[in-house]
Design a protein around this ligand. Structure first.
Ligand SMILES: [Zn+2]
Ligand SMILES: [Zn+2]
Length: 445
C-alpha cells in the first residue's frame, strides 16, 4: 500500500464503505540540516512559531533546532520543567503555560516524544493552530495520531485532536535517542495486532464500526523490523528508520479509523492504570509508555491463549459461573483514584452497558469472534521471543510495581474505559482473575 498517496487525503473506503481521512501532509526523515527547508514547506508562509519542548528534549534537540530556524522564523520557546515529579509527564497542569503563548503563534512546533507532542496537540486543538512535530525518539505513535492522552483529575484520558500537520524526524537525533525510549517504541508498536483484535471483538459485540485497512497498513512494515530487536539495541540506522516509519504508520492507521482502537486495546488500559497510579502515589512513572504497554501485550496474549480453545458451550457455562460484583470493583477503583471519581463513573456506566450486551450475546457470537479476532494476535511464545531479543521487560513486576498493584491493574484496568477488550471477555468468564493470580504468583515469568 502506497502511504504517500494517502497523505492529506479523504476517500471512501472499499472495505468498510466509510469515509476515511488522513490530515497529515508530510512525513520526512533526513539530516537535521534539512529542518529549515522542511519547516518552510510545511509552514506555508507562516512565521510565528511556538517552539515547545521540556528541559530534556530542549537539550537533546530543541535548542539546536531553534538556532537552525531562528533566521527565518520568529520563535517563542516554551520549555516545560517538571512540577512535583521527576520528569514532565502529560498532565493538565502543564497546559496553561502553553496556552498563554499559543494565542499569538501561527504554528506550534513540538520537539519531544509522547508528553510534549500530546500537550502540543491538545493546545493546537484548543486554539485551532496547526502542529508540526519534530520527534526526538522513535518511542510511540502519537506524532501522526488523531488522539492525545493526558491525566485530567487523576484519570488518564484519551481525547480526539488534530494530528500533526507534518512530522520531521532527523536521523541524527533519532539515533542518539535514549535506548529505553527506542525499546519503548518497539514494544508499543507491537501492540497493534492485539489492539486490532480487541477492536474486532468490540465491533462484533457492540456493533461499532470496524475496518481492516488500518491493520493492513501497518502489518507489512511490522514484519520488516519485528525480528530485529537486537539491531535496535545496536542502534542500526536502517532498523531505527523502519521503526519510526512503523510508528508513524500506526498513527496514520488511527487517523483512518478516526479513533485510537487500531493501536490501543486492553494492553494500553493496563499502562494507563499504572500511569494513574504513579500520578497520585509516586514521583515518577514506572516505565516509559511503550514498556508498560509491552507488559500489557504479554498479559493480553496470555488471555487470548487461555480462551482460544473454548467452545461456545464452555463460554456459556463460564458466564453463568462467574460472579458479578461490579459495585465492589468500582469502589476499589474510586478508593485508589478518588480525584477521578466523576470521570470514572462516566466510563464505568458505559462499561456496564457494554457488559450487559456482552453477557447476553457472547455465547452466540463466540464462533465469529474466534474466527475473526483470535487469529490476528501473536502467540505468547512468539511475542516473548521478539521482546526478549530487544531486552524488553516482560512482567509488570520488573517495572517496580508491587504484587497488590499488579493484581489491581490487571483486574481493574478494564473499568477505566467504556470500551470492550479481551480484558472484558476474560473478566466476564472468570478467566481474567484466574490468569492474573497465576501471573502475580510468577507462573508466567
Ligand atoms: Zn474502511
Ligand atoms: Zn501506545
Amino acid at each position: 500500500m502506497d502511504i504517500e498517496n494517502l497523505m492529506g487525503r479523504e476517500f471512501r473506503c472499499k472495505r468498510c464503505g466509510e469515509i476515511h481521512r488522513v490530515s497529515t501532509l508530510y512525513i520526512d526523515n533526513g539530516p537535521s540540516g534539512e529542518i529549515p527547508l522542511f519547516l518552510r514547506k510545511a509552514a506555508g508562509g507562516k512565521n510565528k512559531i511556538l517552539l515547545l519542548a521540556d528541559t530534556i528534549t530542549w537539550e537533546a534537540a530543541g535548542e539546536k533546532y531553534g538556532k537552525l530556524i531562528e533566521k527565518e522564523f520568529n520563535i517563542t520557546p516554551v520549555v516545560l520543567s517538571p512540577e512535583k515529579e521527576k520528569r514532565v509527564t502529560a498532565r493538565e497542569s502543564y497546559l496553561p503555560a502553553i496556552r498563554k503563548e499559543a494565542g499569538s503563534a501561527d504554528i506550534i512546533v513540538t520537539v519531544g516524544t509522547g508528553t510534549v507532542t500530546d500537550l502540543g496537540k491538545i493546545t493546537g486543538e484548543e486554539t485551532g493552530k496547526p502542529v508540526i512535530s519534530f520527534p526526538t525518539a522513535p518511542s510511540m505513535n502519537g506524532y501522526t495520531s488523531p488522539v492525545a492522552a493526558y491525566i485530567k483529575e487523576g484519570l488518564k484520558l484519551t481525547i480526539p485532536v488534530k494530528p500533526a500537520l507534518a512530522v520531521f524526524s532527523s536521523q541524527e537525533v533519532l539515533s542518539n535517542a535514549p535506548m529505553e525510549l527506542i525499546k519503548a517504541g518497539f514494544a508499543d508498536s507491537l501492540a497493534k495486532a492485539f489492539a486490532n483484535a480487541d477492536w474486532q471483538i468490540s465491533s462484533i459485540i457492540t456493533g461499532e464500526s470496524f475496518c481492516s485497512m488500518p491493520y493492513e497498513i501497518v502489518s507489512a512494515s511490522e514484519k520488516e523490523y519485528m525480528e530485529k530487536g537486537d539491531m535496535l539495541l545496536k542502534r542500526d540506522p536502517k532498523t531505527l528508520d523502519k521503526l519510526m516509519e512503523a510508528l508513524n504508520l500506526g498513527g496514520i492507521s488511527m487517523s483512518i479509523a478516526g479513533k485510537s482502537s487500531p493501536a490501543s486495546g486492553g494492553e494500553h488500559l493496563i499502562s494507563h492504570f499504572l500511569d494513574m497510579y504513579s500520578h497520585l502515589y509516586r514521583e515518577e512513572i514506572f516505565a516509559y509508555h511503550g514498556l508498560q504497554v509491552g507488559t500489557g501485550v504479554i498479559f493480553s496474549s496470555l488471555l487470548y491463549e487461555e480462551m482460544k480453545d473454548l467452545s461456545a458451550g464452555d463460554v456459556k457455562i463460564l458466564l453463568q459461573e462467574t460472579s458479578q460484583e461490579y459495585g465492589k470493583e468500582f469502589e476499589r477503583l474510586v478508593s485508589l483514584f478518588p480525584t477521578a471519581g466523576t470521570l470514572l463513573e462516566r466510563e464505568f456506566r458505559e462499561k456496564m452497558r457494554q457488559i450487559m450486551i456482552l453477557r447476553e450475546s457472547l455465547h452466540d457470537k463466540w464462533e465469529d469472534i474466534k474466527r475473526k479476532a483470535f487469529p490476528m494476535v501473536y502467540e505468547t511464545e512468539k511475542i516473548r521471543k521478539v521482546y526478549e531479543k530487544a531486552d524488553i521487560p516482560l512482567h509488570i513486576s520488573k517495572l517496580g510495581a508491587g504484587e497488590e498493584l499488579v493484581l489491581d491493574s490487571l483486574i481493574l484496568a478494564r473499568f477505566i474505559r467504556g470500551r470492550v477488550t479481551i480484558l472484558d471477555l476474560a473478566g466476564e468468564t472468570g478467566i481474567l482473575e484466574k490468569v492474573a493470580r497465576k501471573y502475580v504468583m510468577g507462573d508466567y515469568t
